[in-house]
Design a protein around this ligand. Structure first.
Ligand SMILES: [Zn+2]
Length: 274
């Protein structure tokens, strides 16, 4: 599947318990590897949220396909608590398949800020799930005219620039894409403030109505659409993408339930990715 939203293309797929992988083509970054390993194989940088099979089980295919295509080393950013097990699993799979994989693992701690290319930073934040889980926020640092200089004529600014005026510009972090996978509502309530300002926010919406009893929803460590509707009032970006939707919903049901849940005059778009 490929969907365009607010200027980015999300490729991959996502169904709760089956497989989730969101590959953002413009950024060449991939979030989770639970399905669509062939598509994700185009991408050399992957962020893993937690160890559940539907978020990680496609890793071996991903590595094997990259090997087949003689790709460069894969950079796997993973929660620090799964690093050792993942290394062992990849080594074991290498023996099973009589091949070696080209990868490196970066163990990420919650609240870590990871500098990447293009003045990008990825910040990891903790979520609350049945097993420890992390989300990620991609931001870009851009130089903006500092407040005292805003409104000056262009000529004057050029002159100050040529004179190397200190403090003329100020680095501002612009949140571009937030990845908020499996979590209970508590995890959403504790999100870093910048996540709510991301241009695009992808957030889990495993259940869309009450056909799954709430205690079972919570036991699985998930939210229901009505948990999100009120909380998303804080969102000030352009687009919300709901993913990780249960297989119990058909595509037409998904569209209908989402349209029903959100008021028509929202200042941002809401769509689903599956
Ligand atoms: Zn999970």
């Amino acid at each position: 599947v490929e969907r365009s939203v607010a200027g980015i293309t999300i490729a991959g797929g996502s169904r709760a318990g089956i497989g989730t992988s969101l590959y953002i083509k413009e950024y060449q970054l991939c979030f989770d590897l639970g399905c669509e390993g062939e598509k994700a194989a185009d991408c050399d940088t992957v962020f893993i949220s937690h160890g559940h099979t539907d978020h990680l089980g496609e890793l071996f295919n991903y590595l094997a396909i990259r090997r087949l295509h003689s790709r460069d080393i894969a950079n796997l950013f993973v929660p620090h608590w799964i690093g050792d097990d993942l290394r062992l699993a990849i080594q074991a799979w290498g023996r099973l398949s009589a091949s070696s994989f080209d990868y490196r693992i970066f163990e990420v701690h919650p609240r870590a800020r990871l500098p990447l290319r293009n003045q990008w930073t990825v910040e990891a934040f903790p979520l609350v799930h049945t097993t420890p889980c992390m989300g990620y926020l991609l931001s870009q640092s851009v130089a903006k005219l500092a407040a005292p200089y805003v409104g000056l004529p262009g000529e004057e600014i050029r002159r100050l620039k040529l004179a190397d005026t200190e403090g003329l510009f100020q680095d501002v972090e612009r949140p571009l894409f937030a990845y908020v996978p499996d979590t209970l509502p508590e995890g959403i309530d504790a999100l870093p403030e910048a996540v709510w300002k991301a241009k695009v926010m992808a957030i889990e919406a495993t259940f869309l109505d009450d056909r799954k009893p709430l205690d079972k929803v919570r036991a699985g460590g998930h939210v229901r659409l009505d948990d999100l509707v009120s909380r998303l009032r804080r969102f000030s970006g352009e687009a919300v993408v709901l993913f990780h939707i249960s297989q119990m919903y058909s595509p037409s049901q998904i569209e209908g339930l989402i349209a029903e849940a959100f008021p028509g005059d929202l200042p941002f778009s809401v769509s689903a990715f599956w």
